[in-house]
Design a protein around this ligand. Structure first.
Ligand code: KG4
Ligand code: ZN
Length: 335
């Protein structure tokens, strides 16, 4: 079955063609980096307007570059849950129109389920059940994935998402946007032990996590150095901050795996592209006899192929939507 995926939940306008939920024929992504740099982040109304300008071209490019025609599309999957409301509406309106005109099934997808399927697209052999860690700009969760499309939420962040913390620190340090890739790169030249930033809730019994205290601590350190006219080792600050985030994410994920006696971990979402996070997960998992899987780099951040794959799985379960499909910015992940 050839599924057209559409993703417009935040600042990436994306469309993809995926065959049978596992073969990516095209995955076109238009970023809004010019807007992000101009405004220092995502401005919801600007993002929605840009989606409206681009969506038609992006869909056309996804179909053309796959060597297909609109008539070949057999179903439409679209992100309808979790994201910016105006941005979600643009994708869903396009998807409904195409589903009606082509008379093919429509399925609304939860954005996080898309990220989970991004890893399955890259690594179809990930066994079930497994522990899944999602780390993005808008969410950071720990899930027990019992089977395809069956999740139990184990823990989530009490405040900032991991990617959000990267973005806010990068903005504060004035090193660019989005912050994750910039901090990742800066950190390679830094000493990750230079500053002992707090690891919030690391020792607490809860598997939930919190990043706002860490963010405040980094900002306070920075301001103190400025006040004392001391040198500002940006690379060391970046590497030490990143290490604190990584320590918490790895430790809590592996604690959840141990508690549930599960020896497989999947890490997905924008922050899963982080080099140090991948290295730390790989080292720790190897020592503990746990298998760990990451999406290929192009599948870590938002894209429509992952939405097509998740939509295909839902369609296989007999689920569909109709023209009443609505958008929900804060919907929980369906179980
Ligand atoms: O999954 P995603 O594209 O969008 C959301 O669903 O939020 O994730 C975007 C987030 C941003 O916060 C970005 O800074 C972060 O992922 N990110 C990274 C890296 N690449 C992207 N964070 C750390 N290291 C990276 N290499
Ligand atoms: Zn995302």
């Amino acid at each position: 079955m050839l599924v057209l995926g559409i993703e417009t939940s935040c600042d990436e306008t994306s469309a993809a063609l995926v065959a049978d939920g596992n073969t990516v024929l095209s995955n076109v992504i238009a970023t809004q980096l010019d807007l992000l740099n101009k405004f220092g982040g995502v401005v919801p109304e600007n993002a929605a307007r840009r989606h409206a300008e681009l969506i038609g071209y992006v869909i056309k490019e996804a179909i053309d570059s796959a060597g297909k025609t609109l008539g070949d599309v057999e179903a439409i999957a679209v992100t309808a849950r979790q994201g910016l409301i105006g941005s979600l509406l643009v994708g869903v309106a396009a998807a409904k129109t195409l589903s009606y005109v082509l008379q093919v099934p429509l399925i609304g997808v939860h954005h996080i389920e898309g990220h989970i399927f991004a890893n399955l697209l890259s690594n179809p052999q990930i066994p079930m059940p497994h522990i899944c860690r999602t780390v993005s700009g808008g969410h950071t969760m720990l899930l027990h994935t019992r089977d395809y499309c069956q999740y139990e939420l184990i823990a989530s962040t009490l405040d900032d998402a991991a990617g959000e913390a990267f973005d806010k620190i990068a903005k504060f340090l004035e090193v660019g946007f989005p912050g994750g890739p910039v901090i990742d790169k800066l950190s390679t030249g830094g000493n990750r032990k230079a500053f002992n930033f707090p690891r919030p809730l690391l020792k607490a019994s809860t598997l939930d996590f919190s990043f706002s205290g860490l963010k405040t601590s980094v900002i306070n350190h920075f301001k103190e150095k400025v006040r004392n006219n001391e040198a500002l080792p940006l690379e060391d600050i970046a590497a030490s901050f990143q290490e604190a985030v990584v320590d918490v994410l790895v430790a809590k994920t592996l604690r959840a795996a141990a508690e549930r006696e599960i020896h497989v971990v999947s890490v997905t979402g924008g922050v899963s592209a982080n080099r140090r996070l991948r290295e730390a997960f790989q080292d720790t998992c190897k020592r503990r006899g746990v298998a760990v899987f990451f999406p290929e780099l192009a599948m870590c951040t938002d894209n429509a192929a992952m939405i097509a794959a998740a939509g295909y799985a839902r369609l296989q379960r007999g689920e569909t939507d109709d023209l009443s499909l609505d958008v929900f910015p804060n919907a929980p992940l369906e179980v």
